[in-house]
Design a protein around this ligand. Structure first.
Ligand SMILES: [Zn+2]
Length: 268
């Protein structure tokens, strides 16, 4: 085991939260079942007895996303149950009805409608008030709508782009296209393999608010931009530890303009 004692860069200034520590132990227990981590079993058992924010980062090497995708079976916990449906969780408190999930890669809770057909005809039939889906599906729908001058008049809350490890975030041009097509606010959530929300784009557009009970985020270069790593605390099926998810950025604890004081990822 490495003797490095670089602390997790995240949240060491915050008090420990029992639910997070319990989830931390559960995710390490899940990792112990995955073949990839068999050779570092003692490290994981050691880390299990510490708070996640006091653990030396050297207990396990960061996992580059291509390594996970090259051999996912190595990182799978064969004893994990099937994933539970993830909440639709629209960022607008009033948006509790008329939710439509477009082409989700994970099971979505029963309150939301689901379609795997990103065509306007299929979507408008459901009369959605709020629409969410991977950026690729939303953009495909948006470009068809712009081309054919179509509208979704029932949409009133907004659209939510879902990105995640291996799934692109919306860039400025994509956001503009979504706004022109749908004419409602555009939000974005960064979700894990089973749909768990790991971070949410800030309404004030100043970075991503971390979901502290769900994810441990770590910045490789601290206050300077660099690779960001994430450990989902709830995905017991794929306990990928310190996943280098392909995002570059840094962590900020400066209070956000929107009033939330949770740490943010500032991407670059
Ligand atoms: Zn904010």
């Amino acid at each position: 085991m490495s003797t490095l004692t670089v602390p997790w860069k995240l949240l060491s200034w915050r008090h420990e939260v029992p639910v997070r520590n319990r989830r931390w132990r559960a995710i390490l227990d899940a990792a112990l079942m995955a073949p990839a981590y068999a050779r570092i079993r003692p490290n994981l058992e050691w880390a299990r007895h510490l708070s996640p924010y006091r653990v030396a980062a050297g207990f396990v090497d960061p996992l580059p996303l291509p390594d996970l995708f090259a051999n996912p079976a190595l990182y799978r916990n064969p004893r994990a149950a099937a994933p539970k449906p993830a909440p639709f969780a629209a960022p607008w408190p009033g948006a509790v009805q008329g939710a439509l999930a477009l082409c989700p890669w994970f099971p979505v809770d029963a309150d939301a409608g689901i379609t795997h057909d990103p065509q306007w005809d299929a979507v408008q039939r459901t009369e959605p008030e709020v629409l969410a889906g991977p950026a690729s599906a939303l953009l495909s729908l948006a470009s068809a709508m712009l081309e054919r001058k179509l509208a979704l008049p029932t949409l009133r809350w907004g659209v939510v782009g879902w990105s995640g490890p291996g799934r692109p975030m919306l860039d400025a041009a994509s956001r503009a296209a979504l706004w022109w097509a749908f004419q409602v606010p555009v939000a974005e959530q960064y979700r894990g393999f089973d749909g768990e929300i790991l971070a949410e784009n800030c309404e004030a557009r100043d970075g991503w608010h971390i979901q502290e009970d769900t994810a441990l985020w770590e910045a490789a270069n601290g206050a300077l931009p660099g690779p960001l790593r994430v450990t989902s605390l709830v995905n017991l099926r794929f306990p990928a530890l310190r996943l280098e998810c392909g995002i570059h950025g840094r962590l900020s604890t400066v209070r956000c303009e929107c009033g939330r004081d949770t740490p943010r990822l500032l991407t670059s």
